[in-house]
Design a protein around this ligand. Structure first.
Ligand code: XIL
Length: 366
């Protein structure tokens, strides 16, 4: 039985909780870790000639002081979580919106951080008008306009770009493991070559990256990505590096990681960790246990990569559990309840967790 006011308060509370803004603090003891006296990841990265960074949204950076303080303290690199995706930057044929990307770039420059770009061509982030245009045979022209305009806008400012994101999905059953998408349907695999060639023309100095997920834990996917990269190299397509998104899961074994990294090295390409976080898929009773599982997976993942080749850029997808896409039911369909995950380096109060320590240790030993 609710009174009018308490019912409204209840609904508000529920809405905030669903949006991940109110956190379930009841019935759990906060784990206490003693990592605060260690130097920030940013300092360590700089000493090692590496980049540590995180994906961020400009609004969070501007409006949340704890968030921006944590980013400036721990990171010497940022990447826009969404602001530079095609759907965001060019939502309608006559509408370009660089405002949010530009805001991030200024914030990065003011704080002495670098910015990388994500993602020029992602079949999963095409606006409806582009899907339509691609279907009408205008794919090549649209790629040329999009890649040319975005790279020209940020030339000399953004040093590394995810040119093509998530082009492969062996589960779709297409030849060579290609992902079913409007671009593939209209242009075949050639849209990938073309995207890289256009990017190199528009910004000859940028590092051009192929970015995808699950190569660490899925042999068919890892093999398909290596085959794609070999083909690109054989055809003289300008690709420089491969990004392991690294949306890890506590349950999945890293069964294809080592040979995938070796394959990338043999092709003469660089490796990046572009979107690291850990999905908790093994039940655990306490937060300490959850943190241990997340940290162990992170450590094993980074150790294996570093044993083959030093990734110069390591980025987590967000910095604090408070703002993780893994906790957001809208952004991540796997988490239907919107429960708070613990898959990022800092907890919801921006305190360092064992995952932070795992990244610290692996970088310190590099
Ligand atoms: C996600 C963002 O985190 C969400 O906010 C958005 O709703 C969907 O996209 N692989 C990628 C990223 O390359 O761009 C995705 O980011 C996460 C998976």
């Amino acid at each position: 039985m609710f009174t009018r006011m308490s019912r409204r308060a209840f609904l508000k509370t529920t809405a905030l909780a669903t949006a991940g803004l109110l956190l379930p603090r009841f019935a759990r003891a906060e784990p206490a870790y003693d990592f605060e006296s260690l130097p920030p990841l940013r300092k360590l990265a700089e000493a090692k000639g590496l980049f540590f960074g995180a994906a961020i949204e400009p609004e969070l950076f501007r409006l949340n002081k704890d968030f921006s303080a944590a980013i400036k303290k721990e990171c010497n690199l940022i990447v826009p979580e969404n602001a530079l995706k095609w759907r965001h930057v060019h939502p309608e044929e006559k509408k370009w919106t660089f405002r949010r990307g530009d805001a991030l770039l200024s914030l990065a420059q003011e704080a002495g951080m670098k910015m990388r770009g994500h993602a020029l061509v992602w079949p999963g982030a095409l606006p409806a008008w582009v899907v339509e245009g691609v279907g009408q045979g205008r794919g090549a022209a649209l790629l040329e306009e999009h890649i040319g305009t975005v790279l020209e806008h940020y030339r000399g400012e953004i040093f590394s770009w995810d040119v093509v994101n998530e082009a492969l999905e062996p589960l779709h059953g297409l030849k060579d493991g290609h992902r079913r998408s409007p671009l593939f349907a209209a242009m075949g695999p050639g849209y990938i070559d073309l995207s890289f060639r256009l990017a190199a023309q528009a910004d000859p100095k940028a590092q051009l990256v192929y970015n995808d997920f699950l190569m660490e834990a899925d042999p068919p996917k890892a093999q398909a990505v290596l085959n794609l990269l070999r083909g690109l190299k054989d055809r003289g397509v300008p690709v420089h590096a491969v990004g392991l998104q690294a949306h890890l899961s506590t349950r999945k074994k890293l069964e294809s990681l080592e040979w995938f990294c070796k394959g990338v090295k043999d092709l003469g390409l660089e490796l990046l960790v572009t979107e690291l976080d850990v999905w908790e898929s093994v039940p655990a009773d306490t937060d300490e246990e959850r943190d241990r599982l997340v940290a162990d997976k992170t450590r094993a993942f980074l150790d294996t990569i570093f044993s083959v080749m030093k990734p110069r850029q390591i980025l987590t997808w967000g910095i604090s559990d408070r703002n993780s896409w893994l906790s957001n039911p809208k952004a991540n369909g796997k988490n239907k309840e919107g429960r708070l995950v613990r898959g990022l380096p800092l907890d919801e109060d921006f305190r360092r967790k064992p995952m932070w320590r795992a990244i610290y240790d692996v970088m310190a030993q590099a």
